[in-house]
Design a protein around this ligand. Structure first.
Ligand SMILES: [Zn+2]
Length: 242
């Protein structure tokens, strides 16, 4: 994209007159994302961001489908290899001892994040990448690993370098109307970016039904002048160009 100048005309170019950027993203590399989310996004020609936990068996089992999604314009993002989270938080029985972030060092996490980027490169051939932090956490046993991995990414979701008055929603068991309400509120609150982080779509866990997901996409399709849907990396690269 050519940026002519910072005249008012150029500033109006993006986002268009108060248009809110919307990043639809999908964490953890789940079957239902390939089965349901990707086909729905393609139907509306929206680009989503899929943050793969690379230890998920769904990555090697369906490698060609992840690769195809990337070729269709969807983003494959870094959600680490082992999804290390703090086991000392509530409801964390599922965190295996070896994946307890409280037992990992910053150096181990930096290595793991780099390896995850290398693995993703082997899938889609891309060198620019974004990330979502597993459980939104980065406090390892000897410090915060986020500042040490930041330089590997165009952006880390929720930690954008530019101020976008952004918000993150992580919906589970929400109706289409409730999802659409996120968008309406963002417009009222003059946000420039809304992040919706899904997990299961029509299956798996922290699930949104296929119907609710489709209702959201249909609303976005009907309001393209108000909301600009793109992959998180495309949105963040646009912002950094302005
Ligand atoms: Zn996750």
């Amino acid at each position: 994209m050519v940026s002519l100048s910072f005249s008012s005309a150029a500033q109006d170019n993006w986002p268009k007159n108060g248009q809110v950027a919307v990043s639809l993203s999908y964490d953890d590399a789940l079957n239902s994302q390939l089965d349901n989310a990707v086909p729905q996004l393609n139907e509306y020609q929206f680009k989503g961001s899929f943050y793969l936990t690379l230890s998920s068996p769904v990555v090697p089992q369906r490698l060609s489908e992840w690769r195809a999604a990337a070729e269709q314009g969807h983003e494959l993002g870094n959600h680490t290899i082992s999804h290390a989270c703090r086991a000392d938080m509530p409801d964390r029985d599922w965190v295996a001892s070896q994946n307890d972030l409280a037992k990992r060092s910053v150096a181990q996490m930096v290595d793991e994040v780099k390896l995850a980027n290398d693995y993703l490169y082997a899938i889609d051939g891309k060198k620019s990448r974004t990330m979502t932090l597993p459980c939104g956490e980065s406090q390892a046993k000897d410090g915060d690993y986020l500042p040490q991995v930041k330089e590997q990414f165009v952006a880390i979701k929720g930690f954008e370098a530019v101020s976008l008055n952004s918000i993150i929603h992580v919906p589970a068991e929400r109706s289409g109307a409730e999802l659409i309400a996120y968008l309406l509120a963002a417009k009222d609150q003059q946000r420039r970016l809304v992040n919706i982080i899904f997990h299961g779509v029509g299956g798996d866990y922290l699930t949104i039904s296929n119907e609710a997901h489709k209702e959201l996409l249909s609303f976005l399709d009907q309001h393209r002048n108000d909301y600009w849907v793109d992959s998180y990396i495309n949105i963040m690269q646009q912002f950094s160009n302005h």
